[in-house]
Structures are given as structure tokens and as C-alpha cells.
Write a protein of this length. Structure first.
Length: 402
């Protein structure tokens, strides 16, 4: 069954995606998979998820709209369909999320022909994992304050600095790196690079342990790291412009090279209902409590609102501002997941203190794990406070905050 506004060709591709996903769903692993790609911490998780992305890429569900000469499949307007169907099928997520969602579109827009041919094919197939070197101890939400030094010496650049909250750096071969070549101007003093990470001399990757007990985030230190000028993206001083391209995709305002899969919000709502129905409250269950049912209903209404907003975004006449729905989606989905998981903790009651690995923990300890993990999501890709400023200034036309 196709979407109402699919062309005949798109409808056929949608049916192909559904059939392929049904026939090729990978077997569940013997180990626990993380909630999202940025929590992948073990080698067995990496191998399982890389094999799945590689298979999806070969089948045309990743890199769908990218040119064939860059490792894609040469379609136009099909990637969103593939990502939608992966989400509906509830198959595993794509591990190379930073590569697919940020690095690939940035390289496609700003990269040289050699860079596109060298980096995009192994990125799409997950043969090379990517990470993002934007945030620093003194520059996160205020990205233009990035201070990592890049100094030109002939045909090379010497990098010194400290990046932090660097998801997947422990598995990454490459980093999209924002560095400062001059302090003379805050914005035009930035230049953008593709930086080697794995086994690169002078690069140190240190895992950061989160409140969940997991890694996934890292800090990355650069000490006299040599990067050839051939790995610079766009012109010297255009780093801020290139970074804005990256952030447009990171914040969901444009379609990347494929990011489908994972558990949908709708499925989490169903799991929340199931939890309430089996959680005992005296002689009854949590689901018998009208207040609990109302709280679940409010979550379900918000989830449906997000789904309908996504449909509306595909119909130009229903969108009052082209960036409003894409830019608000990151805020709404992360806060919905946070509230949904908090309600799961509330419903589980005292049993929510039983965590991952405890055989008596409801749903294997998912609810407290998801709740603690959700705070990283409201901070990532620009904190939700920053995102609200962007919505206010760029969509509503409000004056900049002081």
C-alpha cells in the first residue's frame, strides 16, 4: 500500500522497501542493542550494526538519492521513503548516523570531486565510521567560539585542541572538524576539515562514561596532528558556512543519506500501555487507574501530532514557513521521548530502581535507562533551549535574545 501522494515510481519503490525489509530482517542478537547509535560501545554491537547497514546500502535503502559515482543509487526523492519504511518495520538503526546525516550531505555540497569519490562510498556502506568535531569544553551551544587551532604549514595544517561529546569517536575513521585558523574574526576565522582519527599520530580518544553507565560519547585531543590541505572542505575562512550546512541536516531540516530504523515512538507507546496493564497496584493494575490512562493518552496524542506534522510537511500548501516543522521536530521528539520514558518509570514504581541486567527489571530495565539517556538527546544537535531561540528568531521573526 502506497502513500496517497506517491508517484507510481515512488509507490513501487515503497512496496519494494516493505517487501525487502520483511524478507531480510536480521535475527535478534544474543546481546543487548543500545537505544540509539550514539550509545554503541562494544565491538559486537558495532559489527552487528555495520553488517546491517552494509546490507541495507547494497539493497538501495541507504544512499538512495546519492549519485552512483559516489556510491549511491541515483534516485531522486526516494531516501525519505526508504527511511520511513525502515522506521515502520522496526528494524535496527543505521550505526553511521553522523556520517549519513551530517558528513555525507556536507561533503556532497562542499567537497571536491576527489573528496566525494573517496569518502562517500565507504561512508554509505559503513566501512568507515564518522564522528563530529564541533563541541569543545568552552564551545558547545556557542559554536562560533570554537578554539581548536589549525595552523597552515605549506600543504599541511597542524591541529591542536580538544573536542568533547564526540559520539562514535572510539570507532571512527574520520571526523568532520571545525577549527580556528585566526582569532581576528569569530566567524570568518573558522575553517572546516576532514580529520583522520583512527590510528592518527597525535590523536587521543578518551571515552566518557554517562549516568547510564555506558560510553558512546568521547573527548578527542589533538596534539600537533598533521592534516593535508587536500582534506579541507571549501575555502579557508568558510568553516562557519560549511558548519551551517552540517547543522541544517543534523537538526532534521533536510534529508540526509539515510537514517531509518530503530524503535518508533508508536511502538514505545504500545510498550508503555503493556507495562501499565501488567504492573500490579494492589488488587488491580496501573492501567485500571484513570489518571495513568489519561497520562498515556496525552503521550499518544503528542506522538500522533508528530506523525501528522511529518505528513503535513510533505504538502507545501499546508506549511506556513518552510523551516518551522523541520526545526521544531528535534525539540518535540526529544521532549516527547523524555516524558514518555519518565512516565514508564512512574508506572513501574519501585521496580524502576531495578536496572539493566537485573532479571526482575520491567522490560529489562529499559525505562530508567531510557529516561536517563533522554537528557543527552535534548542537549545533542544544539540544546533545545538553543533550538527554541532559532525558532523564535528565524521562524517567528523575534529579536535576538541578549
Amino acid at each position: 500500500m502506497s502513500e496517497k501522494r506517491d508517484t507510481q515510481e515512488q509507490a513501487e519503490f515503497r512496496e519494494y522497501c516493505r517487501r525487502w525489509l520483511e524478507e531480510n530482517r536480521p535475527p535478534a542478537p544474543s546481546f543487548r542493542l543500545p537505544i540509539s547509535p550514539i550509545e554503541v560501545s562494544s565491538e559486537e554491537q558495532r559489527q552487528y550494526l555495520c553488517a546491517w547497514q552494509k546490507k541495507c546500502h547494497a539493497a538501495g535503502l541507504v544512499g538512495t538519492d546519492y549519485p552512483k559515482e559516489y556510491g549511491g543509487h541515483g534516485h531522486k526523492g526516494f531516501q525519505a521513503i526508504a527511511s520511513q519504511e525502515m522506521g515502520r518495520a522496526g528494524v535496527p538503526f543505521m550505526i553511521n548516523v553522523i556520517g549519513l546525516g551530517m558528513a555525507a550531505p556536507t561533503i556532497l555540497v562542499h567537497g571536491t570531486e576527489d573528496q566525494k569519490r573517496r569518502f562517500l562510498p565507504p561512508l554509505l556502506s559503513s566501512d568507515e565510521i564518522w564522528c563530529q568535531g564541533f563541541s569543545e569544553p568552552g564551545a558547545g551551544s556557542d559554536l562560533a567560539s570554537a578554539a581548536t587551532s589549525v595552523v597552515r604549514e605549506g600543504d599541511n595544517w597542524i591541529v591542536n585542541g580538544h573536542k568533547v561529546w564526540t559520539s562514535l569517536a572510539h570507532f571512527a575513521s574520520w571526523m568532520i572538524l571545525l577549527g580556528r585558523h585566526t582569532k581576528a574574526d569569530k566567524y570568518s576565522g573558522l575553517t572546516y576539515f576532514i580529520a583522520p582519527i583512527r590510528d592518527a599520530k597525535g590523536v587521543t580518544v578518551r571515552p566518557l562514561v554517562k549516568i547510564t553507565g555506558e560510553t558512546g560519547f568521547n573527548e578527542v585531543l589533538f596534539e600537533d596532528v598533521v592534516i593535508p590541505d587536500s582534506l579541507r572542505l571549501d575555502e579557508v575562512g568558510k568553516g562557519w558556512t560549511v558548519a551551517m550546512t552540517t547543522l541544517t541536516y543534523e537538526r532534521g531540516a533536510a534529508e540526509g543519506a539515510g537514517s531509518g530504523g530503530g524503535t518508533s515512538v508508536e511502538e514505545y507507546v504500545n510498550e508503555l500501555i503493556a507495562l501499565a496493564k501488567r504492573t500490579k497496584r494492589g488488587a488491580a493494575t496501573a492501567w485500571d487507574d484513570a489518571v495513568v490512562r489519561d497520562k498515556v493518552a496525552q503521550i499518544a496524542i503528542r506522538a500522533e501530532g508528530l506523525r501528522q506534522n511529518a505528513r503535513r510537511m510533505r504538502i507545501g500548501a499546508l506549511v506556513d514557513h518552510p523551516m518551522r516543522i523541520p526545526l521544531q521536530s528535534k525539540v518535540l521528539i526529544t521532549e516527547l521521548i523524555q516524558d514518555l520514558s519518565a512516565l514508564g518509570v512512574e508506572i513501574a514504581g519501585p521496580h524502576a530502581s531495578r536496572y539493566l541486567g537485573d532479571p526482575g527489571a520491567p522490560d529489562g530495565g529499559h525505562w530508567p535507562h531510557a529516561y536517563m539517556n533522554s537528557y543527552g538527546m535534548t542537549i545533542a544537535a544544539g540544546s533545545n533551549e538553543i533550538q527554541r531561540n532559532i525558532l523564535g528568531e528565524r521562524v517567528l521573526g523575534l529579536p535576538k535574545s541578549k
